[in-house]
Design a protein around this ligand. Structure first.
Ligand code: ARG
Length: 585
């Protein structure tokens, strides 16, 4: 592995700061990528800002900076342009040396962080006995990718599934279970209750129509909360049933999660109330125990209360989240907690974080972040629904993507006159279909709403999974055609760049470390998608212009190294998005 080398921009930044000299230490060199490749690779605009302060012409300042700038190992002699921009062009020898160093580096230049943190990513978190909807799918896909990036960066990540496995809805579910599936109450939770969504609807119907049922449901809630064995067995059976359905989906999506549902925090809810009271934050308000929030008010302009304990003694979603914060900071030792939850819950988290902070449950240096995302819309711009207006079942959604990718594949196989086994077709269809669903979600800036379109996500052109997978497959094709094991190109093999498209590709390959660092900081996987998309484009341009297998040595080997680095970068990058690659498609 490479020694933790400072990233290129850090090195250039440092060189510029040194050139400013001690009097101007702390001045921002304003280093940005060049606006046009004609001018080189980077541009430092710091001289402009200094001009005013030093009462000198920016060009004169730029000249002084350049005179002291020591970047000969990295750049061609710097040039000054316009009123005082400093243009920097990377040296071919530098780029080549960096690329050569990557060939032996499994991490492709991405250094592990110097100070690993304990990070909790709270994501997916569906509700038991309710449909896991597309919002949960977004949370699952985005949360998993963020967790993967942080893990790769070297952090100690705990992936928590905060499932909604507690609450008053269990009263009606348990009561319905007593007549619909009585064996579930005695069999230790190992009974097949069937489709829970239908079950939930039936229970709700009875609850709304039947007063006696309603009364018994209320009693069931009390029984469950007081640990009654029968109620507990019914609850366990319901949770197990949901868990099985969730797990099938997680397996198919290759998602790892540790379940720690709302019920886990039950034993700590009383402590939350007690500590809030001890801090003097708790106020009795119309029979409920509340904390009045700072900076939140209702329509009348009165301060808004966060209800901690309801007048009937019950607790809220927010109370559980407070207990969870306390547990995660105190018991898990989390230094950073990320909540990958739809943007609609922004206020909820702002309020809960505020109360936790005032209660002293967020130690110095610990960072809690709501990582919001927008809603999923159909191609008509409305909420994503089936034709008949029902919520789309996630299994159906994935099946549809796979079926469509299979149709595309079979058409291609036929037009190309290929013969493929059923096993091949199935694997490719599944990998492309699932990959396309994930990529379509991740490639959008998560904060905006996202329009779900099977056609767009499965297209072979554009910023899609198939386009990226195809670039990877192209490299594998080269290796097969030339019967070359790309991992065995030899230790003395080296890159020598010539064509512009080679330089462009090479420089892009060197940016992975910065992109990964950015994603770990800003939690925007779309940035990584954009990088991989551009990588695929730059590779395709290179491959269209430069022959590889037909080239003369040493160019041939050099280009094979570029191909290999591209494929490895794609594979690693896609793995951070939770997407698998294929050797052929
Ligand atoms: N179960 C919740 C829902 O479906 C999401 C939970 C998110 N995590 C949390 N700690 N509140 O809306």
């Amino acid at each position: 592995m490479l020694a933790a080398i400072a990233t290129l921009t850090t090195r250039l930044d440092q060189a510029l700061v040194s050139a400013f000299g001690p009097d101007l230490a702390g001045t921002d060199p304003v280093l940005v990528p060049a606006s046009n490749p004609k001018f080189g690779d980077f541009q430092a605009n710091g001289a402009m800002a200094l001009a005013k302060r030093l009462k000198d012409k920016p060009r004169a300042i730029a000249e002084k900076i350049v005179a002291h700038l020591e970047v000969t190992d990295l750049c061609e002699p710097p040039e000054i342009a316009g009123p005082g921009f400093i243009n920097l062009r990377l040296k071919a020898t530098y780029i080549e040396a960096q690329l050569n160093a990557l060939t032996g580096d499994e991490r492709l230049g991405v250094a592990a962080v110097a100070q690993p943190q304990k990070v909790i990513v709270d994501f997916s978190s569906p509700n038991i006995a309710k449909e896991m909807h597309v919002g949960h799918l977004r949370s699952t896909i985005i949360g998993d990718s963020i967790a993967r990036v942080l893990e790769f960066a070297g952090h100690d990540v705990l992936r928590l599934n905060h499932v909604g496995d507690w609450g008053t809805q269990f009263g009606m579910l348990i009561t319905h279970l007593q007549t619909a599936c009585p064996e579930a109450l005695t069999s230790g939770g190992n009974v097949d209750i069937g489709d829970l969504v239908t079950f939930y609807k039936q229970a709700k119907e009875r609850f709304d129509q039947d007063e006696d049922f309603k009364a018994r449901s209320r009693e069931a809630v009390v029984a469950l909360q007081s640990g009654d064995a029968t109620a507990r067995a019914a609850w366990t059976a319901l949770c197990n049933q949901s868990r099985k359905a969730f797990q099938t989906l997680y397996d198919r999506l290759d998602i790892c999660l540790t379940e720690r549902g709302e019920s886990f925090y039950n034993p700590f809810l009383a402590d939350v109330v007690q500590e809030l009271a001890a801090q003097g934050l708790l106020v009795a308000d119309q029979g409920a125990q509340v904390v009045f929030l700072e900076g939140f008010s209702n329509k009348e302009g009165d301060p808004l209360p966060l209800i901690i304990q309801k007048s009937d003694g019950g607790f809220n979603y927010a109370t559980t989240d407070l207990a969870a914060i306390r547990y995660r900071t105190q018991e898990d030792g989390a230094q950073r907690i990320l909540y990958v939850v739809d943007a609609g819950q922004g206020n909820h988290f702002a309020q809960v974080f505020q109360v936790a902070a005032r209660a002293g449950w967020i130690p110095e240096g610990v960072e809690l972040t709501h990582v919001p995302f927008g809603v999923v819309q159909g191609e008509d711009g409305k909420k994503f629904k089936t034709r008949s207006g029902e919520t789309v079942r996630l299994k159906d959604l994935l099946d549809e993507a796979v079926t469509r990718s299979r149709v595309d594949l079979e058409t291609r196989i036929q037009t190309e006159g290929r013969e493929e086994t059923e096993e091949f077709i199935q694997t490719v269809a599944e990998t492309v279909g699932i990959g396309a669903v994930k990529y379509a979600d991740l490639s959008q800036n998560r904060t905006s709403n996202y329009i779900f379109s099977y056609d767009k996500m499965l297209a072979l052109q554009g910023n899609t999974a198939p386009y990226l997978l195809y670039a990877y497959v192209r490299v594998q094709g080269i290796s097969r055609k030339g019967t070359i094991d790309l991992s065995q190109l030899g230790t003395d093999a080296a890159v020598h760049l010539g064509d512009d498209s080679e330089f462009t590709l090479a420089k892009h390959l060197l940016q992975l470390d910065e992109v990964v660092a950015e994603v770990a900081r800003d939690l925007l996987p779309s940035r990584l998608c954009q990088y991989l998309f551009e990588l695929s484009q730059k590779f395709n341009q290179f491959y269209d212009r430069c022959s590889v297998l037909q080239a003369e040595e040493p160019q041939r080997t050099s280009r094979l190294i570029l191909c290999d680095l591209t494929a490895r970068t794609l594979k690693l990058g896609l793995s951070l998005l939770g997407i698998a690659v294929l050797e052929r498609m």
